[in-house]
Ligand binder design. Sequence first.
Ligand code: AMP
Ligand code: GLY
Length: 421
Amino acid sequence: MKVLLVGGGGREHALAVKVAASARVSALICAPGNAGTALLGENVPVAAEDINGLLALARERQVDLTIVGPEAPLCAGIVDRFEQAGLRIFGPTAAAARIEGDKAYAKDLMRAAGVPTASARIFHRFRDAREYTLTRDCALVVKAAGLAAGKGVIVCDEPAQAVLALERIMEDRIFGDAGDTVLVEERLEGPELSVLALVDGRTIYVLDSAQDHKPIGEGDTGPNTGGMGAYSPTAIAGDKVMNVIQGDVLVPMIDVLQRDGNPYRGVLYAGLMLTPAGPKVLEFNCRFGDPETQAILPRLQSDLIEAMEAVLDGRLDEIELRWDPRPAVCVVMAAGGYPGSYEKGKVITGLAEAGALPDVTVFHAGTKTVGDQIVTAGGRVLGVTALGETVRAARDRAYEAVDRIRFEDAYCRRDIALRAV
Ligand code: AMP
Ligand code: GLY
């Protein structure tokens, strides 16, 4: 079959590796892809948000299955449009993807379903949000309700700081329309966990947990990023915790969506905090996580396409996936300055040497090919993943690979997965 993969980040390169490895796949097209996916299939310069362009591409190339990586096209209704056109596509409809695209809706749904989550108030007007915030005397988190590329959350130590965050989001509109509605949320404490599950409308297949590292700085300091590294599985989520998450979080969310006439199909991602009072949801995403996917998929030994087809056909209950028991650690190499402004076009060297190390895969994110060179083309440039017998071994191997790769002003956190060692 012919597969179209939408997106061009590290997550998509990790997906592309598994798609290309499937015995069922004869051709892979990536739109727009990156220098890594170009080695596995054909990159076509259609943007991930250009739904008309993607639809035309899928028809023209007679694509059999489209897989969507990023949230923007999902929230904009790419799945609805493809299905109306009679095309097979992996991901939730716009109505179901709203669990990510509208944090106020997600919060209401969690309340309706009794899912444990941080308590929050929802505001549409700055002065109401400000007034409420000034009556609080605890640490708060201010969130833009709409999509903001993973950067729409400002964690604050005190209400005065939260008022500044509200001002930036609602008055200065730093996230544009995404900040029309905000959530002012209680700040929770505890380790964070990403739990991804395949969902076919009713059956849930929970993947091994992963832990992301959101802040730019070592020791979790500085502003949040899209994610600076991940490892999987995590020791903090044993069977007991994972059962609680499945029973108290995933199942009720799938049920309430189904009841509302929006059956969920695709990957459901719960971002959680393991608080002293139990796991609580910080957010839902409607897709594979990035970089989590770069630490989860290298462990998958079964055919990803077969799993996705089971999701589409509603027979997830019939499949069993095989996994490499060894942990994986992914270290993100970013452009200096990210998540603020950064330069592009820096030549990257050492990719082959790094990728030649045993059990190492260098996933491309913001890269592109120029002539016979590979250059940086984004903030998160590479995801360097290694498998190892232990987290420590995987981590050492990943950094050994990182140290073979060079580009000007390259930055990575040196403490990815350190707390798991
Ligand atoms: P989100 O995009 O909602 O997952 O938020 C991004 C990051 O902000 C999370 O990964 C957490 O590190 C942090 N965060 C979000 N909500 C809370 C909260 N209620 N309490 C503490 N930290 C939070
Ligand atoms: N790693 C965070 C996300 O994918 O949203």
